[in-house]
Design a protein. Structure first.
Length: 155
């Protein structure tokens, strides 16, 4: 190839790198804290050992289905012989909780090549799905103006 072609490729790569430095990727949106809401408390029945338990709370069927824009995210904590997770204050409404045990601590739910999860998982109301997660309606619970407590069995 001609040398001018390699120079053009080098210039384009430099421009792309400069653009990434000047305009970095958009950061992940953190759900807003609601001043007049109340937290949701999760009590998770699981053994202490086995890796962290990660939690996501969804406020709509669309976000639950796509697993995008959760109302709250976090990891449960081992406290006084039980796993607990408390959300920031959330407005009253319907919510679904999805949790999984990150056994290899890689920060994501792992899947078998055939598509089913290889790590323990559970949903609010201990709802079960067939060939996938349960529906939003089956796993949804009503969060009122008072503090809501959900008990979920994982192991």
């Amino acid at each position: 190839m001609k040398s001018w072609w390699w120079k053009a490729v080098a210039v384009l790569a430099a421009v792309a790198l400069l653009a990434w430095v000047v305009w970095p990727p958009k950061p992940i949106d953190v759900p807003p804290v609601v001043a007049n809401g109340r937290p949701i408390v999760l009590n998770i029945r699981a053994q202490e050992e086995g890796g962290p338990i990660r939690c996501a709370i969804f406020d709509s069927a669309g976000s639950f289905k796509t697993r995008e824009n959760p109302a709250a995210l976090g990891a449960a904590k081992w406290d006084e012989a039980k796993w607990t997770f408390t959300t920031p204050p959330l407005e009253a409404g319907k919510y679904v909780v999805a949790i999984y045990r990150d056994t290899n601590e890689n920060g994501k739910l792992d899947y078998h090549p055939l598509g089913y999860p290889t790590e323990p998982y559970a949903f609010s109301n201990n709802a079960k799905g067939s060939f996938g997660p349960p529906s939003f309606a089956a796993a949804a619970f009503v969060h009122s103006d008072d503090q809501t407590v959900q008990v979920i069995s994982l192991d």
